[in-house]
Design a protein around this ligand. Structure first.
Ligand code: 0A1
Ligand code: ZN
Length: 877
């Protein structure tokens, strides 16, 4: 039996709130089984709303004990409850005070939205719509209020009581209980409310802002984790300095608290003055954290800190504007990380990530614009499109108007919109006003889904010495958007002479030639650019630095090889090598499908040899250049993917390159052996990355003992895990022993144990599905913990394509079983994990049918969460 079909919320239906809430007083009497929340709201009719409009309060799973309006208890007939738990009260004066008392049960809250417990401590998560699980409130971001919070709890079991803003007194509450008060002077939307309470310890430091404010910095963790917070604290201080230096933005409270929790749905949350973090993005030590973990911490700490201005001081009017804060804040954290390390390598990694997650999303059933038109469950729209593509769109504007005008635009944006809930128009307008450049065409990037395809063609006329470059764009249709319009595409480019030397460029109509990179702007469907005085047929280098999130077509293999060696732009050098390899590999996939021998393109071995020879200059870049296109990237290039053939080709190539380049790979591997103390700077990380890339090729070529030796002697998690993941793909005793050793050593550390689950889930062995099913019932597996659920279910479905797509359909069945089991526990995570089944249109019919059958089985499950319903029903359309 199907319950109510969930409602679709549309952007075009936006209506302002009927009442504003100027101040909120919250009083929590904390108890894991039954917490009492008293709320006092100072209400004021919104001048923008009708004079007789009723008050609408969201609520979800709340037990109402009492409601008083202007001091008088409201009789039940004044309270109109709706099926979704919300409450409407009519007949209010223009100014009113509402007091409510509700009960909630944090310890049975497995959704991790609202107030919940983890390891006996209390945490909240309110974005996007969790505050309504704490108290009755107009839970929408355009209602901004000043909060005062009082927390009372058992002193012995809950010694630490935290909320937003600045502390404002604490004291005894009798009967073994104590109390603390917090005042947040800044008005904020309810999604930024936070409470953290429990038996926690702080790692503390201080920061003095540019204008002299002394800020206490605290990172709150479980006892025993104190010695793993150093990197998070350093990253925080660097972020604070960077935002002052680059944007003139300072912190605005006396304390900045971060609390780490091991049960958390996402990476972290920017609650005003009290960020809550997944432990994964706080805790790190040499022994337990990989280089990826160190970098992830730096990025996420920066991201949440930067939200204090882009998100908190200036927030979103409604959830359709989510990218207003997320796209902009990702852009800011990307730039921060680029400034902290190698800009080129950072850009390569970000583009890799965009293509791995966002491009497929934009070509699948959940494709949506950066600013969506509708949603059923907003949790489903915290996506690579809203975050990463949103950041690319901000970058397009940055490229278009230049860094100086962009900074002026940011000043204007924050000054005009401070303490307001605004829209993407307010951002674009500020950038336009600051630059004097018409940016109206850029709304196409916000409102149109799908990845534009950019095709380049050119001709050279020796008689006139003219070179004509023609750029053409086209965006494929996406669900609900059959017809697409052209969008403005900045194409950063240069020309190389036949000898590979960079050439100055002069467009027809210009007086002088310009050296270096210049940016062409493709505005219509097709446009030709004529370059004058070109002495010989040049090779164009296009989309330098990945100047637009598009798929570039039409570059020949010869040119790719040429650009990979000669271009001045490191991104294009890397990209050309990657595209060359991808083109060769896709041809091999076709051969594999026809049952023909795979062969080998000697140019690939040559490229590897050249890269290794020059690797000393920039090992991090070399590691990127040596990494073959991933299986997902290749699948995304194919109309109908063939995950098994892709895997076979990639393995074959790795082994072949490993064999042909063995001496050079081995020499590099040996030369990069760690000698001095462990460091996590860019150079040290780059050296480890390159060394482990060499190890992967050598292992693929049959040098098994090397990985075992590295595993046995590694002194840091990066090297240990790199070796273990290679061993995990092999057969035999060494594999089992290494996995057992690793488990025995790390069984007490959740974050490392997640890696142990993931490595096995991603091992491309024929018994993978059975192994994953066995791990699902392992005593250390816990479906309720999002990190653990992702480490097994997500890692298998997204990180092991050849086994997930096994023709038996058992991989699909496992995923559907897990989603059905998880949905009633945590619908938000279940909806995220179900994603890979939605890609059935990109698989051959035999697989597609099996995938659809599992989607249907999920859809037929009674009481499915709104989020999972939305993902599955859209996938089946
Ligand atoms: N605003 C956070 C992301 C976030 C979103 C939802 C959450 O719970 C369902 C938690 C965090 C960020 O961008 O970091
Ligand atoms: Zn964010």
């Amino acid at each position: 039996m199907k319950t109510d079909t969930p409602v679709t919320i549309r952007r075009s239906d936006y209506a302002p709130p009927t009442f504003l809430v100027d101040t909120v007083e919250l009083d929590f009497d904390l108890d894991a089984a039954s917490t009492t929340v008293r709320a006092k709201l100072a209400l004021r009719r919104n001048p923008a709303a009708a004079a007789d409009a009723p008050l609408h309060l969201d609520g979800d799973g709340l037990t109402l004990v009492q409601a008083k309006l202007d001091g008088v208890v409201l009789p039940p007939e004044r309270l109109a409850f709706a099926g979704d738990g919300s409450l409407t009260i009519a007949g209010l004066l223009d100014v009113a005070v509402l007091e409510t008392v509700v009960r909630i049960a944090p310890e049975t809250n497995t959704s991790l939205s609202g107030l919940y417990t983890s390891g006996g401590n209390f945490y909240t998560q309110c974005e996007a719509e969790g505050f309504r699980r704490i108290t009755f409130f107009p839970d929408r971001p355009d209602v901004m209020s000043r909060y005062t919070v009082t927390i009372t709890a058992d002193r012995a079991r809950v010694p630490v009581l935290l909320s937003n803003g600045n502390p404002d007194g604490a004291g005894d509450a009798g009967e073994g209980r104590h109390r603390a008060r917090w005042v947040d002077p800044h008005p904020k939307p309810s999604y930024l409310f936070a409470l953290v309470a429990g038996d926690l310890v702080a790692v503390s430091d201080r920061f003095t802002t540019r204008s002299g404010r002394d800020v206490a910095l605290n990172i709150w963790v479980r006892r025993g984790d104190e010695d793993r917070c150093g990197h998070a604290m350093d990253s925080l201080k660097r972020s604070m300095t960077w935002d002052e230096d680059i944007y003139g933005l300072e912190y605005d409270l006396d304390v900045f608290n971060i609390a780490a929790v091991s049960d958390f749905n996402m990476g972290a949350m920017e609650n005003k003055g009290l960020n809550v973090f997944n432990t994964k993005y706080v805790l790190a030590s040499q022994e337990s954290a990989t280089d990826g973990d160190w970098q992830g911490i730096e990025t996420v700490i920066a991201h949440e800190y930067f939200h204090n201005w882009t998100g908190n001081r200036v927030t979103c009017r409604d959830w359709f504007q989510l990218s207003l804060k997320e796209g902009l804040t990702v852009f800011r954290d990307q730039e921060f990380s680029a400034d902290m390390g190698s800009r080129a390598v950072k850009r390569i990694r970000d583009v890799r990530g965009l293509r791995a997650a966002q491009f497929p999303e934009d070509a699948g059933p959940m494709a949506h614009p950066v600013r969506p038109d509708s949603y059923i469950e907003i949790d489903n729209f915290y996506t690579p499109t809203v975050y990463q593509k949103g950041a690319e769109v901000v970058r397009l504007i940055h490229t278009r108007i230049g860094a100086t005008a962009f900074r002026r635009g940011m000043d204007l944006y924050t000054a005009r919109n401070d303490n307001q809930a605004v829209t993407i128009e307010d951002f674009v307008t500020a950038m336009q006003d600051a630059s004097g450049i018409d940016l109206s065409a850029f709304y196409g990037w916000y409102d149109q889904a799908g990845t534009p395809e950019l095709t380049a063609s050119d001709s050279y006329d020796p008689a006139t010495r003219r070179f004509t470059l023609t750029l053409r764009q086209q965006t494929p249709p996406t669900p609900g958007q059959p017809d697409k319009h052209p969008v403005p595409i900045p194409v950063a480019m240069g020309l190389l002479g036949p000898d590979g030397a960079p050439q100055a460029t002069r467009l027809a109509g210009e007086n002088a030639a310009q050296p270096g990179t210049r940016t062409l702007l493709l505005e219509g469907t097709e446009q030709s650019f004529v370059f004058e005085d070109v002495p010989a047929p040049p090779v164009p280098s296009l989309l330098r630095g990945f100047s637009a999130p598009v798929r570039l077509r039409g570059v020949t293999r010869d040119r790719l090889r040429f650009l990979a060696v000669h271009d001045t732009d490191p991104f294009v050098r890397w990209e050309s090598g990657l595209q060359y390899a991808a083109s060769v590999m896709l041809e091999m996939v076709a051969a594999q499908q026809r049952g023909e021998p795979l062969g080998f393109d000697a140019a690939l071995a040559e490229a590897v040899a050249n890269t290794l020879a020059a690797a000393g200059d920039d090992p991090a870049f070399a590691a990127e250049a040596l990494s073959l296109p991933g299986e997902g990237f290749l699948a995304d290039q194919m109309e109908i993917a063939d995950p098994v053939a892709i895997h076979a080709v990639r393995q074959h190539l790795r082994a072949e390159i490993g064999r042909r380049c063995r001496p050079a790979l081995r020499a590099t591997y040996d030369a990069l052996a760690e000698t001095g103390p462990y460091r996590i700077d860019g150079t040290a990380i780059g050296r480890r990355a390159l060394r482990n890339t060499c190890l992967a090729y050598l292992t693929a070529a049959g040098d098994g003992p090397l990985a075992k030796a590295q595993f046995d002697t590694a002194t840091n998690m990066t090297d240990s895990l790199a070796a273990l993941s290679l061993l995990a793909d092999t057969d035999g005793a060494a594999r089992d022993k290494a996995l057992a050793t690793f488990h025995a050593r790390w069984r007490g550390d959740d974050l490392v144990l997640d890696k142990w689950f993931s490595i096995q889930a991603m091992a491309a062995r024929p018994d993978a599905i059975a192994a994953v099913r066995a791990l699902y019932t392992h005593p250390d597996f816990d479906l309720r913990n999002p990190n653990r659920a992702r480490s097994l279910i997500g890692a298998f479905a997204s990180g092991n394509p050849s086994q997930f797509h096994d023709l038996s359909g058992e991989g699909y069945r496992f995923l559907a079983d897990a989603v059905i089991a998880l949905d009633p526990i945590n619908g938000s995570i279940a909806a995220r994990l179900v994603g890979p089944l939605g890609q059935w249109r990109r698989q051959a019919a035999a697989r597609g049918t099996l995938m659809r059958r599992e989607l249907q089985r999920v859809l037929d499950t009674p009481n499915l969460s709104k989020g999972t319903f939305e993902k599955v029903s859209k996938a089946l359309l």
